[in-house]
Design a protein around this ligand. Structure first.
Ligand SMILES: *[C@@H]1O[C@H](CO)[C@@H](O)[C@H](O)[C@H]1NC(C)=O
Length: 134
């Protein structure tokens, strides 16, 4: 093999190694605060999380209509999303929404109420999320 070929092969390998984490990018959460020690009902929470933005169940893959605030509620379980930048519009995909909730549960415990900031859930910036019993 020529030196140039080896160099090319090596750089392609490096490029792929660097690009892979971008493809598998996870929603990141920050400012996670666990606000109760009592977990909420698993099934009710799964229903509630699909009620944001007027409903994202089934084939709907993202928040529809870019609201400036939204609530997803079922029974006594409520999720609230508010953009960090006032007046910003919520534009979050179902995948990122579910990843963010999983990431917060990874910090607080499964179905433990929390408040957190989800990165890039709005047109201009991040969103603040509240998961609580009402
Ligand atoms: C909303 O999010 C999608 C990705 O889910 C993106 O392609 C689109 O550009 C975003 N729209 C605005 C107005 O930011």
């Amino acid at each position: 093999m020529q030196f140039a070929t080896i160099l090319y092969t090596l750089s392609m390998f490096l490029l792929c190694a660097l690009a892979a984490p971008l493809n598998a990018r996870q929603e990141t959460v920050s400012n996670v605060q666990c606000t109760s020690k009592t977990p909420l009902d698993f099934h009710t929470s799964n229903v509630a999380l699909l009620q944001i933005c007027g409903g994202i169940a089934g084939t709907i893959q993202k928040c529809q209509g870019r609201p400036t605030s939204t609530v997803g509620q079922s029974g006594n379980v409520r999720f609230t999303i508010n953009p960090v930048i006032p007046g910003d519009q919520i534009n979050i995909s179902k995948g990122r929404w579910e990843q963010g909730i999983k990431a917060a549960f990874a910090v607080c415990g499964q179905n433990i109420p929390f408040t957190a900031t989800f990165t890039g859930g709005a047109v201009k910036g991040d969103v603040n999320v509240v998961y609580e019993s009402v």
